[in-house]
Design a protein around this ligand. Structure first.
Ligand code: G6P
Length: 590
């Protein structure tokens, strides 16, 4: 869950690495570092705790044509200068994304041989091993080293006096970029947006050797292999803030376009999906974080549209419970990045147990895409903010269409047509919702509790997660009916309840929950499109009114409202919602 970048070419590698690190920073920002090799083969290493901006000035005085860089989300060893990558041993310097699970055992063996370790990281073990295995051929030394590593790695190594970067990949993503007499290696596509004309994606077990003359790729048996080259479609302008103060706000405002594109792309994917779902008698949705919450909404779509029982589980839980899965099951693995380790591995496990895997992802070249039987594309576009916004709404739109397809509905049915109207309603919601004064209330609250029933409950969970992630104000999402079974004990004058009410039939019941909060001295906000809801309480409740729509489509607008509330609460508190403390966008470790 770190970001790695490598450059070999005629430009200043320090500058290329610096730019790459800024682009990869959303993968982790506990520390950053770089190693640049000069014309004489001498390597300079700089590394600093904190964000890439702390490191950036130190790269001004270094130049060279070969460089590697790393931005870290700490797993082994606290964030510090010494634990920052790169790590060096002898002539070798490495950067690593992933977790070396047997590092403690390897470290003890190396210590017994007289090696001294300077950091608490698992990655330093790799540097030591490559150095010990180096007999004049860097790639062979790396190949020997990865044979003893257990866990996951995207590893890049350079060696003093050798004009090359050696790369190894296993269960952490690596892409290679081909430019004009220059070559790149990176964790993901945004890092290379606009940088090179084509890319290729390494497979598990692959090794690559990048020199000024080109890139050679080898499989785990050291046989040279060819990996498809595809056009690099990532556009550099998607990385611009375009005048917005934060990516979270920019991406929130991109929701209507993300939903619209997803609907369009689904049309092309539908025949393959329809075919894959033939004979399916069980639906399982898996994901982590926000993607899991999108799965909870999707579960209701399958149940309501196809009247089939559907389950939605957290991918990390699913994979360790010896799940009961057999042929006839379809697993919808939901992941923005397509790289979340728990989701990818849960999907892989389900597939080995006989399930069909459908990747619901925003990342066409991801690990999840590659292992899936079919891809249901989420066309949200690049999302930089660690907290997901537009990708969540686009995932919901995609799952809505998947459920309709499974139910045998044509994409011209009434429900599908109603979805095509939602981008305009998202736009209207963005323009009309003013959450500023409520954000002030939330910013000063000791806890914010999101309540809802049915699909509103699923969005309540996401509303609560979003607020916690970006503002650090504690809270929970609860089914409105559960309030009286525990949460009510938390209600006092310092707490705020946010009730989501988008189902006319359940509106009265939700009103009861709001009454209960008010009578215990709590403050309440109601986000709704049901006319007249809480009318009798309107002097005591803040009401945010959203446009009318079908209850199953309401998550597309209620999500926008809770995301805006979270953003504004973070703004009131002066938090950086794009890079919340301790988090990272892409969690490629388990
Ligand atoms: C991290 C991110 C969340 C994201 C989750 C799943 O926790 O901070 O925003 O929802 O990973 O990511 P995925 O890429 O699988 O959707």
């Amino acid at each position: 869950m770190c970001g790695i970048i490598g450059y070999v070419g005629n430009k200043n590698a320090a500058e290329e690495v610096r730019e790459g690190l800024f682009r990869l920073e959303y993968r982790g920002y506990d520390s950053a570092g770089a190693a640049i090799m000069d014309e004489n083969g001498i390597i300079s290493v700089v590394k600093k705790q904190g964000k890439v901006a702390n490191l950036a000035p130190y790269l001004d005085d270094i130049s060279g044509r070969i460089g590697i860089g790393h931005t870290r989300w700490a797993t082994h060893g606290k964030p510090s200068d010494v634990n920052a990558h790169p790590h060096s041993s002898g002539k070798i310097t490495v950067v690593h994304n992933g977790i070396i699970e047997n590092y403690a055992e390897l470290k003890s063996k190396l210590e017994a041989c007289g090696e001294r370790f300077f950091s608490q990281t698992d990655s330093e073990v790799a540097a030591k091993l490559i150095n010990r295995n180096f007999k004049g051929d860097l790639l062979c030394a790396l190949a020997e080293t990865v044979k003893v590593l257990k866990g996951s790695y995207a590893l890049m190594a350079i060696c003093e006096g050798v004009s090359a970067i050696a790369v190894a990949k296993y269960r952490s993503s690596v892409i290679l970029g081909y430019g004009d007499d220059e070559y790149f290696c990176a964790s993901d596509e945004p890092a290379l947006a606009g940088k090179c004309s084509s890319i290729s994606v390494l497979e598990d077990g692959d090794l690559a050797y990048i020199t000024p003359d080109g890139i050679e790729i080898y499989d785990d048996g050291m046989q040279q292999v060819i990996r498809d080259k595809r056009a690099n479609t990532a556009a550099a302008q998607s990385l611009d803030l375009c005048g917005y103060p934060r990516y979270m706000l920019k991406e929130l405002y991109e929701t209507p376009a993300a939903v619209e594109r997803t609907v369009k792309e689904f049309n092309a994917a539908a025949p393959k999906l329809r075919e894959a779902l033939r004979g399916i008698n069980r639906i399982i949705l898996l994901g982590c974080g926000t993607a899991y919450h999108a799965g909870l909404v999707g579960k209701r779509y399958f149940e309501a549209f196809a009247r089939i029982p559907a389950e939605c589980e957290n991918a990390g839980e699913f994979r360790y419970k010896n799940p009961v899965v057999c042929e006839g099951a379809a697993v919808f693995a939901v992941s923005q990045s397509g790289e979340t380790a728990d989701t990818v591995e849960a999907a892989r496990l389900a597939r080995t147990l006989g399930a069909k895997v459908i990747a619901v992802t925003n990342a066409p070249n991801s690990a999840l895409t590659r292992l899936a039987d079919v891809v249901a594309p989420v066309a949200a576009g690049t999302e930089i903010c660690v907290a997901a916004t537009k990708s969540y709404t686009a995932q919901i739109a995609c799952l809505y269409l998947c459920a309709l397809t499974f139910a045998g509905e044509p994409l011209t049915c009434e429900r599908a047509v109603a979805l095509t109207k939602m981008p305009a309603l998202c736009e209207k919601t963005l323009a009309s919702v003013n959450t500023y004064s409520i954000a002030n209330m939330c910013a000063g609250a000791s806890g914010v509790y999101f309540l809802g029933r049915d699909v509103d409950y699923a969005v309540a969970l996401e509303g609560s997660l979003k607020l916690k992630e970006v503002s650090y104000v504690p809270g929970e999402g609860y089914p409105a009916g559960e309030l009286k079974h525990g949460t009510l004990a938390l209600i006092d004058g310092k707490t705020v309840c946010v009730a989501l009410v988008f189902d006319k039939n359940l509106a009265k019941k939700c009103e009861n929950a709001v009454e209960q909060v008010l009578s215990r001295g709590g403050r309440a906000v109601v986000i709704t499109n049901v006319v007249g809801v809480c009318a009798s309480l309107k002097d005591r409740v803040r009401i945010i009114s959203l446009p009318d729509c079908d209850k199953f489509l309401s998550p597309l607008i209620s999500a926008v409202a809770v995301q805006k509330l979270a953003y504004e609460t973070a703004a009131v508190l002066g938090r950086d919602p794009d890079k919340p403390r301790n988090l990272a966008k892409s969690v490629t470790v388990e």
